[in-house]
Each structure stands twice: as C-alpha cells, then as structure tokens.
Design a protein around this ligand. Structure first.
Ligand SMILES: NC(=O)c1ccc[n+]([C@@H]2O[C@H](COP(=O)([O-])OP(=O)(O)OC[C@H]3O[C@@H](n4cnc5c(N)ncnc54)[C@H](OP(=O)(O)O)[C@@H]3O)[C@@H](O)[C@H]2O)c1
Length: 266
C-alpha cells in the first residue's frame, strides 16, 4: 500500500537505503543517518517533482541526535516509521570497550523505542482521521532467535527489537497502525565489514532489495517476517530445538567465523 511520508533511520546504506529506493515515488521521505554527504546524494537522486525529500544527519547513539530527529519528524505527517539503523561488534564481550556495548543498545533499542513513542500518537490520530493505515517497521534480525557468542550484546538488542515489535503489534491490534518485526538473515550491506564479521559466500547473503520487498509486502499481513525460505526454516527450527543444542551449534559456528576473520586479516 502507498504511504504519504516515511521516516527511514539508517538510510545512508544497505537495507535503509534500499527502503528509500523501494517506496513509491509519491511517498515523501525523511532520511537520516550520520553521513551527511550520502544523505544529500540520495535525497538528490530520489527527488521528484511534488515529492518532499528531507534529510537530517543525526547520531542515534546520543540523546541530542535522537531529540533533533524527533523534533524534525514531529513537524511532518509521518505515516510509515522504519526503525532500521543498527550496528554490531563481532568481538569477545570482555574485549569490547563498554561505550561500544552501550552504543549498540542506544542505536538498536533505545532509538526505536523513543522514536516510536514520540511519533505513534500523531500517526494513530492521522490514520484514524484519514481512514488510511499507518505502519511501523522495526528491523530486527534472525539473530533474535538464537545465541551468537562473539555478538552477545548485538544478539540481545535484536531479541529486544523482535519482542518490542511483537508486543506493540498486540497492543495496537484493532487500530489502524500495523507493526512489523522484520528479521533479515545475512544481507549484503556495510554491516558485515563494519561489525568485523567475516565475508560469507555471496549465495549465503540476501540482497537488501529482497529484504525490503519482503518487508513491505509483509507489513499489515503479519507481525514477524523472517526474510528468505531457508532463514524461515532455521528460525522455526530454533523454536523447537533444545536450548543446549542450539547453544553448542552457535558456539561452533561462531568459532569458525572467528577463525575465518583472523585468516582474512592475515
Ligand atoms: N546486513 C545484515 O546481514 C543484517 C542482518 C540482519 C539484520 N540487520 C539489521 O539491518 C539494519 C540495517 O543494517 P544494514 O545491514 O543495512 O547495515 P549498514 O549498511 O551498516 O547500515 C546501517 C545503517 O545504520 C546507520 N547507523 C549506524 N550507527 C548509527 C548511529 N550511531 N546513528 C545513526 N545512524 C547509525 C548507518 O548510518 P551512518 O553510518 O550514516 O550513521 C547506516 O545507514 C540494522 O539494524 C542491522 O542490525 C542486518
């Protein structure tokens, strides 16, 4: 369905950028991330006659950035909020500076909660008045379903995102705002490089466009969407598998990923 105005966090690359490109050309955009130059270039590219495309550079790891974004967004008739910005660090927990651990929680958890809390009343009121539906997407991950040693805090933030979106969807049942927890598996973007994760075989990675198309198609139809058939099977299996088995499997996989990363660094 068409939305009037979307706010996309993390729009400077990867999945967020793909959202900006995939939405209808009539949908107004507020694009945010930290990289001002990339935001400006994307806004210029996506501008159309009669379409409002705005950018705001904001660091969502800090209160000032979050508040600046909330203030700007509150001035716009947002009816689609895409909480996508996120980051992870693939590093043993005890070796990662505490500020970096906190940064993941601020960007991946606190920012979506505060943005959604600030914008939802207006979205709800406008949707009720217009008779159209509004939407909130929280980009979680398949990492929300199982433990990933080496990505402990990241994995926990994504489990938070999944739980938050699912519960909020339950609260909003019967009102004209749809909520979706979108759970991609490994996807081509800057995420793997930035996190320090080793490169996987290209065939094991989804295209951001596929992630976004599945997400937009699922919004309003279900509350959790795992991207890709293989990931859906794996996520379903994690709900049935005994936890110790899951933990042992995850430990083996992440050890292998650690070895691959070290080999890549040599
Ligand atoms: N790629 C995957 O394999 C994968 C799998 C499952 C879930 N996800 C999730 O998908 C979402 C998008 O990630 P991606 O794969 O598209 O990775 P990406 O290419 O690295 O994009 C991450 C986006 O988040 C923004 N961001 C990071 N830190 C920020 C901060 N402090 N303040 C504001 N914006 C910040 C980045 O913008 P700036 O750098 O301009 O600030 C960038 O636009 C994340 O929530 C990630 O957890 C990714």
């Amino acid at each position: 369905m068409g939305y009037g105005f979307a706010l996309i966090t993390g729009a400077t690359s990867g999945i967020g950028e793909a959202f900006a490109r995939e939405l209808a050309r009539t949908t107004g955009l507020l694009l945010t991330g930290r990289d001002e130059a990339r935001l400006a270039a994307l806004a210029e590219e996506l501008a159309e006659p009669g379409r409002q495309v705005e950018t705001l550079a904001a660091d969502l790891a800090g209160d000032a950035g979050r508040q600046a974004l909330i203030a700007r967004a509150a001035e716009l008739p947002i009816d689609l909020l895409i909480n996508n910005a996120g980051l992870g660090y693939f590093v043993p927990f005890v070796d990662n500076p505490a500020e970096r651990e906190g940064e993941m929680i601020q960007v991946n958890c606190l920012a979506p909660v505060l943005l959604t809390r600030a914008l939802l009343p207006g979205m709800l009121a406008r949707a009720t008045e217009s008779g159209r539906r509004a939407g909130v997407i929280v980009v979680a991950s398949t990492a929300a379903f199982y433990p990933l040693p080496g990505l402990a805090t990241y994995t926990a933030t994504k489990a938070f995102d999944l739980s938050f979106a699912e519960s909020l969807a339950g609260e909003l049942h019967g009102v004209p705002v749809d909520v979706l927890a979108l759970c991609p598996g490994p996807t081509h973007s800057n995420f793997f490089d930035r996190s320090g994760l080793p490169n996987l075989k290209p065939a094991a990675m989804a295209n951001p466009r596929q992630v976004v198309r599945e997400g937009l198609a699922a919004l309003g139809r279900r509350t959790v969407h795992v991207v890709g058939g293989t990931n859906r099977l794996a996520a379903a299996a994690t709900r049935l598998a005994p936890r110790p088995l899951l933990q042992a499997g995850a430990r083996r996989t992440m050890r292998r990923w650690g070895r691959r990363r070290r080999a890549g660094e040599d």
